[in-house]
Design a protein around this ligand. Structure first.
Ligand code: NI
Length: 185
């Protein structure tokens, strides 16, 4: 079932999300719907507040980079180096993130901020502890697009959007567009 993606200006995107306390079977249905919604919108990540729920839950699916000669993106997953495609689509609750490494600029967009893309400075790597819907904990150490996406999605759980993290010059440029978006929602 496709869910409604909340748009910039909706207060649900600005609230701090509560941890998930019970891993009810209904969460799997919610996860399936979030994944379907994310695919339909051609996104690579979706956080629960984006569909109107202030709980700490995220879905991510980073497709394989099919560029010729490009090595598949890997991560250390529970102590073993594996292609990240082996854990996609990734569904988790209650993430604990520890970003590290040199921050770099990368262009981000967001399904809740339509039509806007901007450079965001974030650390290159992430160590993460993610709780799966079966209660197991996945330990991840990654870089690349997955590290970027994890930071972006986990920001949503704290009420932050990527537009909060752009340079002050970019904030000035974006202000008008964001005001328009908020008025349109
Ligand atoms: Ni987003």
């Amino acid at each position: 079932m496709l869910l409604d993606i909340k748009q910039y200006g909706d207060p649900v995107l600005r609230a701090e999300c509560a941890p998930v306390e019970h891993l009810d079977p209904e969460l799997q249905i919610l996860a399936d719907n979030m994944i379907e919604t994310m695919y339909a919108a051609e996104g690579i990540g979706l956080a629960a507040p984006q569909i109107g729920l202030n709980i700490q839950m995220v879905v991510i699916d980073i497709p394989e980079d099919e560029q010729e000669g490009k090595e598949p993106e890997t991560a250390v997953i529970n102590g073993e180096t594996k292609p990240i495609t082996s854990i996609m689509p990734l569904v988790f609750v209650n993430p604990e993130l520890e970003p590290y490494g040199t921050p770099y600029l990368f262009t981000e967009g967001c399904l809740s901020v339509r039509g806007i893309r901007s450079n965001v400075l974030r650390p290159e790597f992430v160590r993460a502890k993610l709780t799966m819907l079966d209660g197991s904990v996945m330990e991840l150490d990654c870089g690349g697009l997955l590290a970027r996406c994890l930071q972006h999605e986990c920001d949503h759980l704290k009420g932050f959007l990527f537009t909060d993290r752009v340079s002050s010059a970019a904030k000035i440029t974006l202000a008008k567009k964001l005001k328009k978006l908020a008025a349109m929602r």
